[in-house]
Design a protein around this ligand. Sequence first.
Ligand code: ADP
Length: 426
Amino acid sequence: MGIRLGCIADDFTGATDLANNLVRAGMRVVQLIDVPPPGAVPAVDADAVVVALKSRTVPPHDAVEASLRALAWLRSAGAEQIYFKYCSTFDSTPAGNIGPVTEALMDALDTDFSIATPAFPDNGRTVFKGHLFVGDVLLSESGMRHHPLTPMTDSNLVSVLGAQTTCAVGLIDHTVVAAGAEAIRARIEDLRKEGVGIAVADAVSNDDLLRLGAAASGLPLVTAGSGLAIGLPANWGFEPSRAAAQLPPAGGHAAVVSGSVSVATNGQVLEFLRGGRPAFSVDPLRIAAGEDVAGQALAFADAHLADGPVLVYSTETPDAVRSVQGRLGAAEAGELVERTLARVAQGLVERGVRRLVVAGGETSGAVVQALGLTGLRIGPQIDPGVPWCAADLPGGDTLHLTLKSGNFGGPGFFTDAFGLLDREAS
Ligand code: ADP
């Protein structure tokens, strides 16, 4: 059985979030890190493939180019339907990139219609009468109003999207969505006749997403946050099952590498230290002074891996981070730490670590690149939005890893994660 659903995600953690939802709805999913070279169609044994791009805030032309490359690859791999995944807060500017990418994908797929469904009620993102709510407030009154790259000051997605595309934008409103898949299909036909190219779809509950998912069967392209993923797999007969999340057996040493400075990660590091477990603190000022901090961390790991998991962390409180940034510059400090932690991750894998937790979005990117990983099979969920994954190492071994962005995960995440793998094995 080949690939059913081909997904193009505009950022890395968004890709994982989508993959995680598809797995929970019963599909076996592989997440690819960037687009494989043309012609390289590896035998991907999965029901859905998610290609993770970094196209959310790049110039629209670049986002379109990368998305079309991803589309070409997914089609060559046999994908029957394409899912363009963006943020559930519709992060974009009047220049794009949601509108331009959607339009380019529609042209390439030779289709005159798609839907836009950012709603993700489980995460408090709902759409009603075309207006996006974050929790109890309109998008334009939420923190997204002040986002540094994509400030969202208008909650009316019909007008937000209309400004980004030459397509006419319409609305499938909640009365229609609540009436079921047949009513939604009829509305789509009416909108099509009126010349509407993209319709924003209301959804305030998971049931709404399930109805929209059923109605979207047969559309060559859907565009959405990760929420719609709960409603699509059933169109091919998939049902939630543990088998979809099954990874190969895990083994080897266990370690955590944390470069995240988020509040949740600070709590997770504290909890780990409180348990008296082996931990090595990476000090950016020592790296800047020329010390071989990665080497010191690995020497520490050599002594403690047998009683792992071992934690190597640069995680600090906001005050401490600001002080370091004041002395080194924010970008320079970030880069020094990322490079060091990526080297530590490489060294840990060389020492037989085969179960690895990485905390921090940027840190994850650096680690994945240093380890030369190209794809992740998505496994069971540890905490909402954070699954275990399995990746082939360049040498052929399997590495189990989880990439936890900033504020995800409960306080015990650094030990709970390994507990879940142990339970899966038993
Ligand atoms: P998060 O997901 O929590 O934002 P990221 O890894 O995406 O975590 O980003 C954290 C950034 O802060 C990275 O660039 C990392 O290298 C940097 N960093 C980590 N620890 C420190 C520290 N102690 N001082 C200064 N910068 C740090």
